[in-house]
Design a protein around this ligand. Structure first.
Ligand SMILES: C[S@@+](CC[C@H](N)C(=O)[O-])C[C@H]1O[C@@H](n2cnc3c(N)ncnc32)[C@H](O)[C@@H]1O
Length: 378
C-alpha cells in the first residue's frame, strides 16, 4: 500500500524528518509526497505532516461503493440531485483540493456536497461528517485512473497548541522553541540515531538548556524518557505542576538536575541519554540594528557558550546523537557558525549535517539553522 503526506511549508525540514519512517519509492508532487514504508505506525509521530493517508485510484474508490464511472455525468451542474440524497451510506460531504474532482464525485453520486480545501487547511465539518480526498496529480481533467489520496489523519494541533500556549511559563520573545519544530527535531534525531545503531524500543532524550521544558514535554508526550537541566530551573518550575494536570504526559521518566552546560557533566544517569535535542537561545532577538562592534561582541559570547557546551558533550559521551539549532541573525556577519565549525570539524569521529533549509518566521530577524551531529565511539 502506498502512503501519501502533505508536507508543511518548510519542506526540506519535513523531508528530513520523514526519514524516520525510511520511505522507499518516494515521489514528490509539489507539497505532496507518496511513499512506501515498513513502519507506518511511526508516521503518526511526525510533526511536519499536515495531513496524510493512503492512496488509491479513483476507479477503486468508486468501485468500493459500487459506483460505476460510466454513470458519471460530466456536466457543470452543481445542484443537488434527489437521487444522491438517498445515498446516506456515502459521505455526506467531501473535502477536496480539486474543484473538478469535487464535481466529479458529486455527479457520480459519491457525495451530496463538496468543499474546496487548500492543502494547508483542514475543516471540522469534513473531519466529523465526511472524508477528505486529495487529487495528487494536478491534472486538468479527471479519469478513473487518477491517483487520489484519502486523508486518514491530521496533524496533532491540540498537542502543539497545549505546549505552545497553555503552559503557564512561556516566552516566545526569548526564543522558546515552537512545539511543532521541537517534535520534528526529536524525530530527526531519532532517524539519525536509527541509521547508525540498532533500533531500540525505548529512548532517552536530554535537553541541557531546557528553559520552559518544550523538548521535555514533547518527548514525554511521544513516550520517551526525558532528562532536563538548566542553569536556572525557574522557567520550567511552574510548568511542572501544569504537566501533571494538563499536559499529555505519560508515565515515562522526567528527570531533572541543575547544571551549567558549559561545565563538565558529573551525573552518571545522564549516560542513559540516546539523543540531545536542544536550542540554547535566539535572544537578544535582534529587533534593532546594533553597532557592528557591539553585535560582534554579543554574537561571540553566544558562540562561545555553544562551543563550550559541545566540548563538554564530547568529553562526556563516547557516542551521541544531537539535533540542535544555531541562530543565524539577519543583518550581521555570521559569527557563530564559523566558531562552532572550528570546534566540530577538528574531530573526525563525528558527522555534521546542516539541514539545507533554515527555519524562519516572518516577524523574526533571526532564523534557526538545524544541525544533526553524530559522534561515534572511537
Ligand atoms: C531561551 S531558554 C531555552 C528555551 C527552550 N529551548 C524552550 O523551548 O523552552 C535558554 C535557557 O538557557 C539557560 N541557560 C543559559 N546559559 C546556560 C548554561 N550555561 N547552562 C545551562 N543553561 C543555560 C537559561 O537559564 C534559559 O533557561
Amino acid at each position: 500500500m502506498a502512503y501519501f503526506a502533505v508536507l508543511w511549508r518548510h519542506k526540506q525540514i519535513s523531508l528530513t524528518e520523514l526519514q524516520l519512517v525510511k520511505p522507499s519509492n518516494l515521489t514528490t508532487h509539489g507539497q505532496i509526497v507518496i511513499f512506501d514504508t515498513e513502519t507506518p505506525d511511526l508516521i503518526s509521530q511526525l510533526g511536519g505532516i499536515i495531513k496524510r493517508g493512503t492512496t488509491t485510484i479513483l476507479w477503486d474508490l468508486l468501485a468500493q461503493y459500487n459506483i460505476l464511472a460510466t454513470d458519471v455525468d460530466n456536466s457543470d451542474d452543481e445542484t443537488t440531485d434527489e437521487s444522491n440524497k438517498s445515498l446516506s451510506w456515502l459521505p455526506s460531504i467531501v473535502g477536496t483540493n480539486s474543484r473538478i474532482l469535487g464535481k466529479y464525485l458529486k455527479q457520480s453520486g459519491f457525495t451530496r456536497r463538496f468543499k474546496e480545501l487548500t492543502l494547508d487547511h483542514s475543516d471540522r465539518e469534513v473531519q466529523d461528517k465526511g472524508v477528505e480526498l486529495i487529487l495528487i496529480h494536478s491534472n486538468e481533467s479527471i479519469d478513473e485512473s487518477v491517483i487520489i489520496g484519502r486523508v486518514t489523519h491530521y496533524q496533532d494541533i491540540d498537542l502543539f497548541s497545549a505546549v505552545d500556549y497553555d503552559k503557564p511559563s512561556a516566552g516566545m520573545g526569548i526564543g522558546m522553541m515552537p512545539a511543532k519544530l521541537t517534535l520534528m527535531m526529536i524525530n530527526i534525531a531519532r532517524a539519525q540515531y536509527e541509521t547508525n545503531h540498532v533500533v531500540k524500543s525505548e529512548y532517552t532524550i536530554y535537553d541541557p538548556f531546557c528553559g520552559f521544558g518544550t523538548t521535555n514535554f514533547l518527548a514525554n508526550a511521544m513516550w520517551y524518557d526525558t532528562i532536563w537541566s538548566d542553569l536556572n530551573g525557574s522557567l520550567i518550575k511552574p510548568n511542572l505542576v501544569w504537566r501533571n494536570t494538563h499536559a499529555r504526559h505519560t508515565q515515562h521518566r522526567f528527570t531533572s538536575f541543575k547544571h551549567d552546560a558549559t561545565q563538565p557533566i558529573t551525573k552518571p544517569f545522564v549516560k542513559h541519554t540516546d539523543m540531545i535535542v536542544t536550542e540554547w537561545r535566539l535572544w537578544p532577538v535582534v529587533t534593532q540594528r546594533l553597532m557592528p562592534k557591539v553585535a560582534h561582541h554579543q554574537l561571540t559570547q553566544i558562540g562561545q557558550v555553544y562551543c563550550n557546551f559541545l566540548t563538554q558533550v564530547d568529553t562526556y559521551f563516547d557516542d551521541i546523537t544531537i539535533c540542535m539549532t544555531v541562530p543565524v541573525y539577519q543583518f550581521y556577519d555570521d559569527v557563530i557558525w564559523p566558531m562552532i565549525e572550528d570546534v566540530l570539524y577538528d574531530d573526525k569521529s563525528r558527522t555534521i549535517t546542516p539541514i539545507p533549509q533554515v527555519y524562519s518566521r516572518k516577524w523574526q530577524y533571526v532564523t534557526r539553522q538545524i544541525l544533526v551531529l553524530q559522534k561515534y565511539s572511537r
